[in-house]
Design a protein around this ligand. Structure first.
Ligand code: 5GP
Ligand code: MG
Length: 180
C-alpha cells in the first residue's frame, strides 16, 4: 500500500481494515459478556465515530439503543484545549446503562467533559469505549474501560477520522508521515 495526500499533508498506511475489524470483534465480545442481561444506550461522539459505531453495534447481541452528541476540540492536527458542544442529547439517560463511543482518545479533554456531564444525569452505569487510545498523551483520570487499539503520538486519519474534514471515507487507518 502506498502513501496518500490530504490537502498539504502526506499519510502512510498504519492499521489495515482487517486488523481494525478483528479488534472490534474482540471488543464487542467483551461488551457482550460484561453487559449480559442489561440494555445498553450507546452515546456516540460525532463526527469521527460513525464508522466505528456502526461496525461495533452490528456485533452487539444484546438489546441496545444509540444516540449521538456532537463535540469538537481539534483544529487541523492539534487539540485546541477547548471542547465545543455543537449539539447534545435530547432524551434522558437517567437509570440507563450508558457506553460513550469515541473514535480516538488523545489528551482525554473531550471524553472527560462528556463523561462528567453524563454522570450528573444519574445513569445506572457509565463506561467509555474508544476505537483508538493514545495512552502516552492521556492526561486525565476518566477510566477508559474499552479500547480496540492503543497507538503512540501519531496523528491518524481514515475510518471516520479526518484531517480538516477530509479522509473520513478511507476504510483503514493512515498516520501522518514524519519528516526525516
Ligand atoms: P482529546 O480531547 O482526547 O485530546 O481529543 C479527542 C478528539 O480529538 C477526538 O475525538 C478526535 O476527534 C480528535 N483527535 C485526537 N487525536 C486525533 C488524531 O490522531 N487524528 C484525528 N483525525 N483526530 C484526532
Ligand atoms: Mg472525535
Amino acid at each position: 500500500m502506498s502513501s496518500i495526500q490530504i490537502k498539504d499533508l502526506t499519510f502512510v498506511p498504519y492499521i489495515s481494515e482487517p486488523e481494525l475489524l478483528n479488534a472490534i470483534d474482540s471488543l464487542a465480545q467483551k461488551i457482550n459478556a460484561d453487559y449480559k442481561g442489561r440494555k445498553i444506550l450507546f452515546v456516540g461522539i460525532l463526527n469521527g465515530v460513525f464508522m466505528f459505531a456502526s461496525d461495533l453495534m452490528k456485533r452487539i447481541d444484546l438489546e441496545c439503543e444509540i444516540s449521538f452528541v456532537k463535540l469538537s476540540s481539534y483544529d487541523g492536527t492539534h487539540s485546541t484545549e477547548r471542547v465545543k458542544q455543537l449539539f447534545g442529547l435530547t432524551e434522558s439517560i437517567e437509570g440507563k446503562h450508558v457506553i460513550i463511543l469515541e473514535d480516538i482518545v488523545d489528551t482525554g479533554l473531550t471524553i472527560e467533559g462528556l463523561y462528567n456531564d453524563l454522570m450528573k444525569q444519574n445513569p445506572a452505569s457509565l463506561d467509555v469505549c474508544t476505537l483508538l487510545f493514545k495512552p502516552e498523551k492521556y492526561t486525565k483520570t476518566t477510566p477508559i474501560r474499552y479500547f480496540a487499539k492503543t497507538i503512540g503520538h501519531a496523528f491518524v486519519v481514515g475510518y471516520g477520522l479526518d484531517y480538516d474534514g477530509f479522509g473520513r471515507n478511507i476504510p483503514s487507518i493512515y498516520k501522518l508521515k514524519t519528516k526525516n
